[in-house]
Design a protein around this ligand. Structure first.
Ligand SMILES: C[S@@+](CC[C@H](N)C(=O)[O-])C[C@H]1O[C@@H](n2cnc3c(N)ncnc32)[C@H](O)[C@@H]1O
Length: 334
């Protein structure tokens, strides 16, 4: 432990400074907006499903599939809104969906949108998404009650469930970026969560929002926990910001403190055999090699499922619209 501390001391300090330069308001909001909003971000959705599956096996698979579809539909709509789609245009899309036409006056409707629409009872949230605009503009954000469609569904279907004694660790939790939805979706009360982050402004934000949850200041390069202290672990968007040596040390630490499975999200990975190292200011913005990163986990684990988000969405939903082609999620069994 002491050796590890010594060799990563300078990097730890630089990492801390990289995040501490943001104010608390920015840290609270900037990673939960737009396509990063954990309600519609596929990797965040998969992480919540990882937890629900650890709690209940396959019982809620149907809800989980519908939630992924919801995420895809909202991401598709967000893209249209960014291109300043008109209210009239949305109406033609709506008419096409109602009458089962594949295109709306020349605009192709993705099959995952029409299939999802056809699967839902009428009226459904897609009707609302295309019709909510009270005035002749599409510039206003999608209303919160629509963005939270699956928050309402999950908290209702999980309402009668009893807490279980499973512990979950989230390193680099930011300002409870994912936890805030794990909480409002009704999942947090069913498990024993601990989050930590190097940046104390994040930890203060998280504690301010959730005074009864466990958030600590901590370093993934030297986790303050016994071996196998947690049943499960999940982590998002951390490893690319570390030097390669530190990323390997972080993986080793996660595997040390976790007893069963880890769900790890990467935002910048490629299939090439070498890492592409890019220092940006005081931290990194690396493109990690899939094979090399997987090999590091394999030193410690018994099995690993690699999910390339783009391929997953294409094969499962016929959706070729993933906004980040470099996004991967690993589900690691120790
Ligand atoms: C890109 S943000 C991701 C935050 C959150 N996981 C999410 O996906 O929204 C990276 C986070 O890692 C934290 N971090 C960076 N180095 C760390 C370290 N050595 N130990 C713990 N947290 C670290 C930062 O403070 C920041 O909150």
């Amino acid at each position: 432990m002491k050796i590890l501390k010594e060799c990563f001391r300078a990097e730890t300090e630089r990492l801390r400074q990289s995040w501490m330069r943001h104010d608390r308001g920015t840290l609270r909001d900037y990673l939960v907006r737009d396509v990063e909003d954990p309600r519609i971000n596929v990797q965040s959705i998969l992480t919540r499903h990882f937890l629900v599956e650890r709690l209940f096996g396959e019982r809620f698979d149907l809800v989980a599939e519908q939630e992924l579809r919801f995420g895809l539909v909202v991401n598709w709509l967000l893209k249209l809104l960014k291109k300043s789609v008109t209210v009239g245009r949305l109406q033609t899309v709506f008419d096409a969906l109602l009458t089962g036409r594949p295109d709306a006056e020349g605009m192709q409707i993705p099959s995952y949108v029409s299939e999802t629409f056809a699967d839902l009872m009428l009226p459904n949230y897609i009707c609302d998404l295309l019709n909510w605009v009270p005035v002749e503009t599409t510039e206003a954000p999608i209303p919160e009650y629509l963005m939270s469609t699956f928050e309402a569904i999950w908290s209702e279907v999980l309402a009668g469930e009893q807490p279980q004694s499973i512990s979950v660790l989230e390193p680099a939790c930011g300002s409870a970026n994912d936890y805030r939805f794990i909480e409002t979706f009704g999942i947090a009360r069913l498990l024993d969560y601990t989050g930590f982050d190097l940046c104390d402004k994040n930890v203060h934000n998280a504690r301010g929002m959730f005074p009864h949850a466990r958030f600590e200041i901590g370093n993934v390069l030297e986790i303050d926990a016994d071996d196998k202290a947690f049943d499960y672990c999940f982590v998002h968007d951390l490893f690319e910001h570390l030097s390669i040596e530190a990323a390997e040390a972080a993986i080793s630490e996660l595997c040390r403190v976790t007893r069963r499975d880890i769900c790890a999200g990467f935002f910048n990975m490629h299939v090439g055999g070498e890492h592409i190292v890019k220092a940006v200011g005081d931290y990194h913005w690396n493109t990690l090699s899939l094979v090399r990163t997987k090999a590091v986990f394999e030193r410690y684990c018994s099995g690993i499922q690699v999910i390339h988000i783009d391929e997953f969405l294409t094969s499962e939903f016929g959706c070729a619209d993933a906004h980040n082609k470099g996004a991967y999620t690993f589900v690691v069994s120790l």
